[in-house]
Design a protein around this ligand. Structure first.
Ligand SMILES: *Cc1c(COP(=O)(O)O)cnc(C)c1O
Length: 416
């Protein structure tokens, strides 16, 4: 399935013209291909067919209910990082037994909600978190299943903001303190030690760092079993990269084969937490050109989507391909595609060669399915965009555009 492709000069999502969707729902608009999403999930899941496994979608990549719902229908679980994500996962009918809970700052309230929901396990990131979880579970009269998130000190060779398995990062428990951590966990009355976990970073473009981390984790598994811990789950996190521009990341099949080889005789259920690789290329952000203008040494194309809709270019200097929804034959020029936000860092692309654009042209910012809408904000009091899911010739609006009333909901003048 090619989720987005041209028919003549027009860009389509499956069998629906993007220009039509922009006319019906307005812009900025997120559009997703269900067929592509399903295909990515199936490819990922079947890559691990040789070993017991669970695919727990890292829902911070895209937490829209309809997307979660479709993934749940295919048997996918969730990797959550907050009580809000737990609420969404349950609202989307995700099986709690396929939910793992990651993140360095879980509150007691959030822990309690997750224990009540009956999730599979907590990925614990510090000793103090472990103590807090034991207390919460005790109050509820239940046991909480845990793994410790190991910081394997592996360089994933990615953007520093999304490298999480280096010794200098805030994530995980340092490798030489892990055994002690399990011994402490083993003494806590309301904690059930069930797994080992790591997540080394995002948008990885080679297998080597995964292999290095997996090897460190299986070494740890052997040590823990020698010490009598009954480890059932080995969670390798997410991080498989996608093609935004000319990156050539490993396929899900290659990733699965390599990891299955390392893990297949270890007597564990492998847990994977892919986010970006399932949804990244399943979505685009549509925007319309409002104005163009000539600066001192370049042209600006001002569109109606900004960093509040898609933060990745501003935050990570990330590259997203930008396509004209209807190809034009004008002369190419070098432009900055910028949004309406009052920040110089508000851009979707800089120094990009595109056929000359004029007001009214529609643009599709590609590869916007992951860390797109989920990172959106109301900065500059801009209502959140609408979202549409496409299946073949059919489409469904899965989120209505926010209204001005939505923007100020819950606010009021001070009454002292
Ligand atoms: C962000 C994150 C993921 C997903 O990463 P992707 O690169 O989107 O696959 C998985 N696990 C944890 C703990 C994360 O924080």
């Amino acid at each position: 399935m090619n989720g987005f492709h041209r028919k003549g000069q027009d860009l389509y999502c499956e069998d629906v013209s993007l220009a039509h969707l922009a006319d019906v729902f307005g812009t900025p608009l997120y559009v997703y291909s269900l067929g592509f999403l399903q295909e990515q999930y199936e490819a990922f899941d079947s890559a691990f067919a040789g070993i017991p496994h669970e695919v727990c979608f890292a829902m911070k990549a895209n937490s829209s209910l309809a997307i979660l719902n479709e993934l749940a229908l295919m048997g996918c679980g969730a990797d959550i990082v907050s009580g809000g994500e737990l609420y969404r996962a349950l609202a989307a009918s995700m099986d709690p037994k396929k939910i793992v809970y990651s993140g360095v700052g879980k509150t007691s309230q959030e822990m309690s909600e997750a224990i009540d929901a009956g999730i599979l396990m907590f990925n614990i990131e510090s000793f103090s978190e472990l103590i807090a979880l034991d207390a919460v579970a005790g109050r509820l009269g239940k046991k909480a299943g845990i793994s410790l998130r190991v910081n394997p000190d592996v360089d994933p060779q990615t953007h520093p903001y999304i490298a999480t398995g280096l010794a200098t990062s805030k994530f995980g428990i340092k490798y030489d303190a892990v055994i002690e951590g399990y011994e402490r966990a083993g003494r806590l009355p309301n904690i059930d030690v069930v797994g080992v976990d790591c997540h080394i970073g995002s948008q990885l473009s080679s297998l080597a760092p995964f292999v290095e981390a997996a090897t460190k984790l299986t070494d740890m598994l052997t040590l823990l079993r020698e010490k009598g811990f009954d480890i059932k789950y080995l969670d390798l996190g997410g991080g498989l990269g996608i093609t935004y521009d000319d990156e050539d990341p490993p396929t899900a099949a290659a990733y699965g084969l390599t990891l299955t080889d390392l893990m297949k005789d270890k007597g564990i259920t492998l847990i994977l937490e892919p986010g970006r690789s399932l949804v990244g290329n399943a979505g685009v952000l549509l925007s319309r050109v409002l104005y163009t203008k000539k600066g001192t040494d370049k042209r600006f194309v001002i569109v109606d989507a900004g960093m509040n809709d898609l933060l990745r270019p501003s935050l990570y200097d990330a590259f997203h391909r930008i396509e004209e929804v209807k190809q034009n034959q004008r002369e190419p020029e070098i432009v900055d595609v910028v949004g309406p936000i009052c920040e110089s860092g508000d851009f979707l692309a800089r120094g990009r060669k595109m056929n000359a654009l004029v007001a009214g042209d529609l643009l599709a910012t590609m590869s916007a399915g992951a860390y797109g809408f989920s990172m959106a904000s109301n900065y500059n009091s801009r209502p959140a965009a609408a979202e549409v899911l496409v299946q073949g010739k059919k489409y469904a609006q899965i989120r209505t555009r926010q209204t001005y009333e939505d923007l100020v909901r819950g606010e009021r003048p001070a009454v002292f």
